[in-house]
Structures are given as C-alpha cells and as structure tokens.
Design a protein around this ligand. Sequence first.
Ligand code: PLP
Length: 402
Amino acid sequence: MSTQVAHPEAPVFPIRKPAFAERFRFIRPTLPPFETVTDLYEKVYLDGQITNSGLVGRFEAAAAERLGVRECVAVSSCTSGLMMVMRAYNLKGEVIMPSFTFFATGHAAAWNGLTPVFADCDPDNWTVDVASVESQITERTSAIVAVHLYGNPCRVANLQRLADRHGLKLIYDAAHGFGSRYQGCPVGQFGDAEIFSFSPTKLLVAGEGGLVSTNDKTLARLLRAARNYGDLGAYDPELLGLNARMSEFNAALALAGMNLVDRKLARHNEIAERYTAGLTGLPGVTFQQKDSADIHTYKDYSILVDPAKFGISRDVLARQLLADNIETKKYFYPPLHQQMLYAQYHKPEKCPLLQTERITGSVLSLPVYESLSNETVDGVTAAIRMVAEEAKNGAYSNVAYA
Ligand SMILES: *Cc1c(COP(=O)(O)O)cnc(C)c1O
C-alpha cells in the first residue's frame, strides 16, 4: 500500500504512485573543486586585499580571450551591468525589448528612467522578433535590448542591420549566453555590449556576478568608472555610478568555474537532445527551435504544452508532475507586459504580443544540469508521457483549472 502523500497543490487524480519516489532538485550547479577556489583566493586573503587586487583583472582577461573581445568589465551582477551600460551610453526615451524575458531586463531600463517598449517574440526560436522590433521604432527609441533566451542566440545579423539603419544602440542581455555561439562566433562579440550573469542558476557560477563584454573601449572605460561610484581615481566622479564591483572571492569562483563551462555546455546539450527525442511525437508538445549553425547553452530547457492537443493545460501538467516529485518552472511566466510594474507600458493596439502570450502561457521548463542522470531525464519524459495518456483517458477531467 502506498503511503505517498501528494503535494497539496497537486491534483488528487489519478491515484497512483508518484513517478519518482523522492523529489530531486530542479537545479544543482556543479561547482569547481573547493581547493581550486581557495588556492586562488588564499593569497588575496592572506594579503588582506580582498577587493581590487588581482583576481577580477585575471578573470576579465581570461573571459576576453575566451570570448574574443577587446574588453571585459566584471561587475556585481548582470542587472547592474545592464543598468550601467544604459547609463554610460546616456540612453534616453524608449528602449525596445522582448516581453518574454526575466524582469531584470526591464528593471535595468526602468532604473534609468527609460520607457521599456515590448516587442513580440519569434514563434520558433522564441528570441525577440526582428520585424516586431522594427514596428516599434519611433523617434524616441534609443536602443534595442535583445535576450539570448535560455542561451539560444538571437537573430544577430538582422538585429544589427536594423540597429545600424536606425542609429540605435544594440545591447544584449546575455545572462544565459556564456558558452553560446552564433554562426560559430562566441556570444559576447555582438552589438555594442553583451552582459552576462554568473548567479547560481546560470552555466558559469560565481556566486553572484556579471560581465560586460564589448569592443567599445570608451564604454569599457566608463564602466570601470561606473562600477566604482563613477570615479576613476580623481575623487571627482565622471558619471553617476554605483558600487557594482565584482569581489575578489566571486572572481576566484568565476576563474575556477571557467574550466567547467565546456563540459557543462556539452552535458546540457545532451540532456536537451534526450528530452526532445523522448518527447517528440507526443501530441501537443513542441520545442524551441535553434539554428543548426548556432550553439545553445540550454541554461533552461522548456517545452510548450498545447492543452487542446495534450489534453490538459501546462498548469495541470505542472501540478501533476510535482505530485510525481518532478519540479518544473515556468520560465518566464508571466511575461513582463503582464506584470504589475510593466503592464502600464503595454500598448496592445500597437503591438499585441500574440506569440509571447501563446508561448509564455504554455511554457514549461524541465530540470537541466550537469549531474542530472540519463535515467532521471528518461524518467521525466516517461512521466510526461504517462500523464498525457492519463489525460487522454479523462483522469484529470475533474480538475478545476482556468
Ligand atoms: C538571471 C537573469 C538576469 C539577472 O542576472 P543577475 O546576475 O542575477 O543580475 C538578467 N536577465 C536574464 C534574462 C536573466 O535570466
């Protein structure tokens, strides 16, 4: 007799044993061996130079080499990096960005007093739709902020042409993109600047941290001031900066973690392929498309669940999977234009965001991390198939859902 108790939010039907006897973690970053971090950090610590000594500079140099760019400026987070890039470029007016992103993208604009203008996303690769961006350009537009969603590179060439044609800055939120490649070239080389995140859910983990990657030397100089209150040493700040330096300890984590990125990237791609293979052909389930010449990091792996074909909604599926001890996320739902802070900027008559609403309303993110075993991945796809079968047989017909 089963003594398993379903999660309180989960549907009570069907009554059966959960697919997994125990809950496993949705995310578990693989960290570098502790000694590799302490070896780097020890000297800094013993010297009593725990900020502004050498590790941040070493990390910046290593990142610039890997990414193939002139300048990398390490900062406290991707959010602060985005904020400071917008400030350093002295952007005004409107900034066009996808609504389908994490809210930090919007926050960076709002903190600068800029008006976020939301563009729709591409129905296949889910990054910002270039035609939709174009339709939103006005005389008040100063920049485009595009997001390499889950690490899937944006339509870089088309975005660059559009930005050039209209004289706009092009900034990439590359929070998910450390390790991504667009047509063979590392993400980090594109637009006016790209900003990475090293917070614990990303591929390269520094505890907390971010990095601005750019070929614009003037921008890099301003950012070095901006992260240091705006001051470059004259005790007379050149711009309204922040304290947004990366600490030496975070730099030690980032440096040690760089060695793990390629292995993680390969494993994330294996897991993504395994999920896709395991779920292909299941009615109502579709996948994010990527260009075969690009490299995706699969920072997240998500499917779309069409209730008309799958039999139940994404939300009911998520609840049942939780009862099956499989944690999922809805990255990124609700989209920005449906959030309290951002609804005011949404002009449905100007830009209806149909794809964004369709995709975010049906998106379900599955666990993906290096140490996730093939057995677990197969268990997740088997559970989703089982729920689909149960749904077809009406097992969830009594579940009230919107
Ligand atoms: C995580 C994330 C950020 C914020 O990164 P932090 O380093 O935590 O500030 C920004 N944009 C996107 C798309 C993200 O997923």
